[in-house]
Design a protein around this ligand. Structure first.
Ligand SMILES: Nc1ncnc2c1ncn2[C@@H]1O[C@H](COP(=O)(O)OP(=O)(O)OP(=O)(O)O)[C@@H](O)[C@H]1O
Length: 321
């Protein structure tokens, strides 16, 4: 997939120089309920123009509810949403927002090129077709019937539709869930290209590697609230620990009691010790063993930080409260 080479609209247009910019997305006190279920709990979130933000959370954390409410798809129980300073409907009407929903549909029995042409016609200044198709990685699919698309191809077509008006703000709900590794990497390249050109990209994901690789800000959502908000590095630093990895074909006795060790994991003969004091753990390991094959010491991963942050909200059966 090509890098993004086109942006018709200045993503920051309409703002006097030197004036504080209206945020791309401003959510205040958002509360979403489905019957007895409190899906979003008085959530505040401000996203400035040009930011690439991952909404990271487990199943049921409330990510889709935030995205859907931000798009004005239903009236929330409480709170306000502004997209580019406007009510959601007005911002969408003005072509300022491109969206990709988790269960986005395509008209059946149409060809990809026809659907794209139809959506591009809505905009006064749409993204040029050939470049749009190349950017979304669907140049070879324009003659294909939408019913014959694979899950990942379908997501790319939905991405092309979201980009059709070259909108300054993109709200994408799990945009890569059906893509293979190559598709996801191409998608990340596209998102980075958009961000470099000043577009604001907000995407919900479960993929920690995706959040780490693409987003300059990660918002961890759990139980309908913002649990952490910052760069991936900042969130990782919330757990001071490191991981000591090595191969250990024998029994693991005594490892959990070593100095600094806060957790033990790893599969097969690979052992992963989470430690708050890597030096003390290593000293104890070296004193107790003759060899530590494939020894590695690593900083905390976003996954560890995520699990750590959400563990307080986890009930005995593993579900997030
Ligand atoms: N239409 C609905 N009716 C009833 N409950 C709902 C509905 N949509 C979502 N919920 C509930 O609201 C909570 C938040 O769901 P939401 O889909 O926003 O989470 P999510 O973080 O997007 O999850 P996932 O990663 O699984 O898509 C969950 O408990 C879910 O079961």
């Amino acid at each position: 997939m090509d890098d993004v080479s086109h942006s018709r609209r200045d993503p920051g247009e309409g703002h006097a120089r030197g004036m504080p910019e209206t945020p791309a997305l401003a959510i205040e006190g958002l509360t979403v309920r489905y019957g007895q279920t409190l899906a979003v709990d008085a959530l505040d979130l401000r996203i400035d123009r040009g930011e690439t933000v991952a909404l990271l959370g487990s199943n049921g954390a409330g990510k889709s509810s935030v995205v859907n409410a931000a798009l004005g798809l239903f009236r929330p129980a409480a709170g306000t949403v502004r997209l580019l300073g406007r009510e959601p409907a007005a911002a969408l009407q003005a072509g300022g927002v491109g969206a990709m929903l988790q269960h986005g549909g395509l008209p059946s029995e149409a060809r990809v090129g026809e659907v794209l042409a139809l959506v591009r016609r809505r905009y006064a200044d749409p993204w040029p077709l050939a470049d749009l198709a190349a950017t979304a990685g669907i140049a070879g699919l324009l003659d294909r019937g939408v019913d014959a698309l694979s899950g990942g191809q379908r997501q790319r077509v939905l991405l092309a539709l979201a980009l059709a008006g070259a909108p300054p703000l993109l709200l994408l709900d799990e945009p890569t869930s059906a893509m293979d590794v190559k598709g996801r990497q191409a998608f990340w390249t596209t998102m980075r290209g958009l961000a470099d050109r000043g577009h604001t990209v907000v995407f919900a994901t479960h993929h920690l590697d995706e959040a780490d690789a693409v987003a300059d800000r990660v918002v961890v959502v759990a139980g309908g609230r913002v649990l952490a908000d910052g760069t991936a590095a900042k969130i990782k630093s919330r757990i001071a620990g490191r991981t000591v990895r090595f191969r250990c074909p024998g029994p693991r006795d005594g490892l959990a009691a070593m100095p600094g060790v806060t957790g033990i994991g790893g599969e097969g003969d690979l052992v992963e010790l989470n430690t708050t004091d890597a030096e003390a753990t290593l000293r104890a390991l070296l004193a107790s063993r003759t060899g530590l094959p494939d020894l590695e010491v690593r900083g905390a991963s976003l996954e560890q930080a995520f699990l750590h942050l959400t563990s307080d909200l986890t009930t005995a059966n593993g579900a997030l409260r």
